[in-house]
Design a protein around this ligand. Structure first.
Ligand code: PGD
Length: 762
């Protein structure tokens, strides 16, 4: 029997036994109290028929050369020897860089890829393209794009929301009332970028509940918090949270429960918000009755909740999902304003929290940086907010607003992607297809025949992390893992590093890219840097070999945070915030000066284009929530057993309230068609009372599988979502919400295409 090998993934550490080729058994890391079952997608995906076994080039690209093509996504692929594929690609890179310059290459390459510090796909591609002369980058992210841009104006930086959220321990010990706008979903806490050693959200929620903490979930989905919290459920119309928060503020004002002391000392601009809440700005007082007409939450519930908030140590949290909608800046900003009105920011277990689902909120954070692969310098000064990719490709030279500036889109000829799946993560995938068709050449490295690889011209097979050595540690985590390869690579696949090295040698930038190091040399070099940093802290870490043999190493940590902005509360002069005033900006004159109607100087209720109060409901009366999946991370390993078991007639499950199913004459397990003006997809129906009436929930990540009319046969919600930015300020993605209608699918059920490799020319 071979010995078990410890490895790390975004959804947890695990031990695996293999015969060198196949994984025979996996077991979660023995120190993980609540391991994630997503782990069980790994063995079944490993040698799945959709693994890419060797390099391929799209048949139309070989026939006609580079250029726009509507065959992308439908074409056949020609298998090539590695040397031939890399020679051809090196020539194409030379042509693009010499004819159009580095400004014509989009290498933002957004995506989570796999755990591992060295084989981190984005670092690899950025390093390579920087050696080539640079690339057009994508800034911000799909997770918290609006927060990233808004928060520097409000609290000086996004960082407090990544590192100072009160820990679950602080909540269990100090919070009396926790109001979670958007929840703290266990499925989201299962994943952490770079890895997670101990899942513990459910345990802490249980402890908090036993200690008497009262949880109130504000969400259209009841399971956005674990049962252990025993939460009360308030289910507003999706997208109406800002109205609800404004009315809570109205009660605090009218009952004189506002902490003027806190506002005067730590905030600026409250008076303008108060004027708006009282209706002195627009003639509309934001009363609980007003909020009831918008959110459908009864006014008495709002009155009572506000009084309870003022009477207890209260924590208000806003999830990342709330800002992933049109005007997503508003609930976040208003959440901070509301917590400021209560005056508890900086007190243990009180104040404000954001993005309460990353595992890093449950741990004592590490005190030091961990080494990463240096990416080099990008000499191209052009970038786009990451979610503007289709706009950029469809409007070269077009202008758009961002952070108070007017920018122009570059003219992109080549897209090079490594470690992401835009045909999963972007909105309005039909539009993205048109955008990709306009390109001269598309290059993708991935391990699987995802929808993105099917839309590429060059497809280069990347190893999975289980097939290579790496160093693993998650965001904020303190346990470093020796991620040892468990099996040899599938087919002829290579690490991204090896692929880029071989290309780099052909392009005479080999030395610059590799610095003459093998993978093991790099791992040793990165570890030695960490060791040096530790020795400066008077800590003697084991040698690389000792660490590699033991398998893990515990880095120093600090106490878990008790509350966000504690230091600022303790001393607002010494720890002034990075805002122009150094305080929390409830009104931002900087944002006001941009003159954007869709994001003014203070938080406001702005009616979204698509929500249950809009006219569009005449045709599309259901509000679809396209949230993160339970059975996989994004689209990763959708072919794996655990993800596949959740499907209904091979389609992604769509949840609907029984009243809505009855109105449409639908039964549990029916295959349904979900549609709107932008597109359609099939899904398998799950009738559930955990979904608010009027709402349907379809998780992201089912591999996009369009038929000849563009209908996704599998159930990817981004075939229905709008490619609409949050606002002119952030230009962030809004994939969480869309209006749709659902009907029974009565035609013969089409076979999925995406679960098999594309047509290969022999
Ligand atoms: P993943 O499925 O993680 O999705 O979007 P993202 O593109 O990150 O894609 C990673 C890809 O990398 C996979 O295809 C995987 O096989 C590949 N890969 C893994 N390891 C390696 C490697 O080592 N090398 C290479 N070359 N490839 C590798 C996620 C994005 O989706 C995110 S973060 C969010 S928060 C968004 N959420 C929503 C949402 O809430 N609603 C909608 N409608 N849409 C969303 N999209 C966004």
């Amino acid at each position: 029997m071979s010995k078990s090998i410890l490895h790390m993934s975004h959804w947890g550490a695990f031990d695996a036994i293999s015969d060198g080729e196949r994984i025979l058994n996996t077991r979660p890391y023995d120190k993980d109290p609540e391991p994630s079952p997503i782990l069980y997608n790994i063995p079944s995906s490993h040698h799945h028929r959709t693994r890419i076994d060797r390099p391929y080039v799209r048949s139309g690209w070989l026939e006609n050369g580079p250029g726009s093509s509507s065959r992308r996504g439908k074409d056949k692929f020609v298998p090539l020897e590695w040397n031939d594929a890399l020679d051809l690609l090196a020539e194409e890179l030379k042509r693009i860089y010499s004819s159009f310059g580095a400004e014509s290459v989009f290498g933002g390459s957004y995506g989570w890829a796999s755990a591992g510090r060295f084989h981190h796909a984005q670092s690899q591609i950025h390093r390579f393209l920087n050696c080539m002369g640079g690339y057009v980058d994508g800034v911000d992210n799909y997770s918290f794009g609006a927060s990233n841009v808004l928060l520097p104006h409000i609290i000086g930086s996004v960082n407090p929301t990544l590192t100072e959220n009160p820990s679950l321990e602080a909540i269990a010990n100090h919070s009396e009332l926790v109001i979670l706008f958007g929840g703290i979903a266990t499925k989201n806490a299962a994943n952490n970028a770079g890895g997670i050693s101990r899942h513990n959200t459910r345990g802490w929620l249980k402890k908090a509940h036993n200690n008497g903490t009262r949880f109130i979930l504000v969400s259209p989905l009841q399971d956005d918090i674990a049962e252990e919290a025993n939460a009360e459920w308030i289910a507003p119309r999706p997208g109406s949270d800002t109205a609800l928060m404004l009315a809570l503020g109205y009660v605090l004002i009218s009952e004189k429960l506002v902490s003027k002391e806190f506002l005067n000392k730590y905030c600026i601009g409250y008076e303008k918000l108060e004027k708006y809440i009282l209706g002195n700005e627009d003639g509309i007082p934001k009363t609980p009755n007003w909020a009831e007409t918008i959110s459908e939450i009864p006014a008495p519930t709002i009155w009572k909740l506000a009084r309870d908030m003022a009477a207890h140590r209260t924590l208000i949290t806003v999830s990342w999902s709330l800002q992933r909608t049109q005007y997503g800046e508003q609930p976040l900003w208003m959440g901070i304003a509301l917590a400021s009105m209560l005056g508890q920011i900086g007190l243990p277990g009180g104040g404000f929290g954001h993005g309460f689902t990353g595992s890093f909120i449950g741990h004592n954070p590490r005190t030091m940086k961990v080494p990463a692969l240096p990416q080099g310098k990008n000499n191209v000064n052009k970038y786009i907010p990451v979610a503007r990719i289709a706009d950029m490709l469809l409007n070269p030279g077009g202008s758009y607003h961002y952070k108070g500036k007017v920018l122009t889109y570059p003219d992109i000829k080549m897209v090079y992607w490594c470690g992401g799946n835009p045909f999963h993560h972007h909105q309005d995938l039909g539009r993205l297809r048109k955008a990709f068709n306009s390109l001269e050449t598309v290059v993708v490295h991935d391990s699987f025949w995802t929808a993105t690889t099917r839309h590429a011209d060059f497809v280069l097979p990347a190893t999975m992390s289980i097939e290579r050595d790496d160093l693993g540690i998650g965001m904020g985590e303190s346990e470093l893992f020796a991620m040892k390869s468990i099996t040899k690579p599938h087919g002829e696949s290579k690490d991204d590093y090896e692929i880029f090295s071989e290309l780099a040698h052909r392009l005479r930038i080999g030395k610059q890219f590799t610095e003459g190091r093998s993978v093991t040399d790099w791992l040793k070099c990165m570890y030695e840097k960490l060791r040096l940093d530790l020795s400066e802290m008077k800590i003697q870490a084991p040698s690389f070999q000792e660490f590699w043999d033991i398998g893990t190493y515990q880095l120093p940590t600090e106490d878990a945070p008790q509350s966000m902005l504690k230091k600022f509360r303790d001393d607002p002069t010494l720890h002034r915030l990075g805002t122009p005033s150094g305080k929390i900006e409830i009104f931002s004159s900087t944002i006001e000066s941009f003159g954007y109607k869709d994001c003014a100087g203070h938080p406001k209720w702005l009616e979204p284009k698509e929500w249950l109060g809009s006219d569009i409901t005449k045709h599309y009366p259901l509000h679809m929530i396209a949230n993160q999946p339970k059975t996989r991370l994004h689209s990763q390993l959708d072919v794996g057993d655990y993800s596949q078991k959740s499907k209904i007639s091979n389609r992604e499950p769509l949840r609907m309230h029984p009243d809505d199913a009855r109105k449409r004459n639908l039964s549990d397990k029916d295959v349904v068609e979900v549609f709107n003006d932008r597109g359609s997809c099939l899904a398998g129906l799950l009738i559930s009372k955990s979904v608010r009436p009027g709402v349907v929930q379809l998780s992201t990540g089912a591999w996009y599988d369009p038929d000849e009319n563009g209908m996704c046969k599998h159930g990817n919600p981004n075939s229905l979502t709008a490619d609409r930015p949050t606002s002119n300020l952030s230009q962030a993605p809004t994939g969480q919400h869309a209006l749709v209608e659902v009907r029974k699918y009565t035609k013969t059920l089409p076979k999925l295409t995406v679960m098999d490799p594309p047509s290969i020319v022999k």
